[in-house]
Design a protein. Sequence first.
Length: 219
Amino acid sequence: MLPPTTDGRPPVAEFAPLRPKPLDRGLMEVMLAEHTENAHLDVSLRVLHPAEFTIRADDLIDIYVAAMRYPPGSAAGRRNLWQEHSWRAGFGCIAAFGADGLPLAFCYGYTGQDGQWWHNEVRRGLTHQACAEWLDRYVELTELHVRPDCQGRGLGEQVLRRFLDARSERRVLLSTPEGENRAWRLYRRLGFQDVLRQHRFTGDPRPFGILGRRLPIDS
Ligand SMILES: CC(C)(COP(=O)(O)OP(=O)(O)OC[C@H]1O[C@@H](n2cnc3c(N)ncnc32)[C@H](O)[C@@H]1OP(=O)(O)O)[C@@H](O)C(=O)NCCC(=O)NCCS
């Protein structure tokens, strides 16, 4: 998960309050038609196709900024970037919605390919052998975020599992800032292993871990 800006500003402790927005009636009907109850929280998990992902982008960016404790307003540019991601081959998104119809968590990704910025940044840190092992038929888990007031209740794991269950690639790869936190605990619990540690992406001073594992997740 990469930062919203590339000017080196560190994240701060405050985050913007989430602004509930009324839900479009048509979308509500689709949600009710497709929802799956979550036993742990009163939520529904479902696929967001590219068109709805774009419609929902502002709400999802609010979750991203709040979850990552980025400064309010720091996500300028995300909208266009994420929309471009949604057009990529193999794009998939799972979102969790609360009873009020607002998204509480989401993850998305797409099939990794030569020429993509993230793929090229990771490849330059890998040996030839590691490239052949990891960068062949993988899905890049681009973002995974849970609204802060819903974290620590298993929702992130459920969204991630649902996302991975639908993938046909051989492997999943992701990047996450180095540190001991809930994200690392989740990825380790699901069997993600080190692909590359202390990696520096162009334009970001923070070290990242690149983690991966074979799919399917329960194999
Ligand atoms: C990382 C993140 C996605 C994990 O999602 P999450 O819903 O908070 O956490 P998980 O799904 O892993 O759930 C694990 C926690 O829920 C608890 N839990 C699991 N099932 C539960 C249940 N049914 N009821 C209550 N708690 C439960 C576990 O005890 C565990 O707690 P712990 O981590 O304190 O040990 C989320 O915390 C987040 O958005 N963090 C900030 C952004 C971020 O780091 N994103 C990833 C960047 S790469």
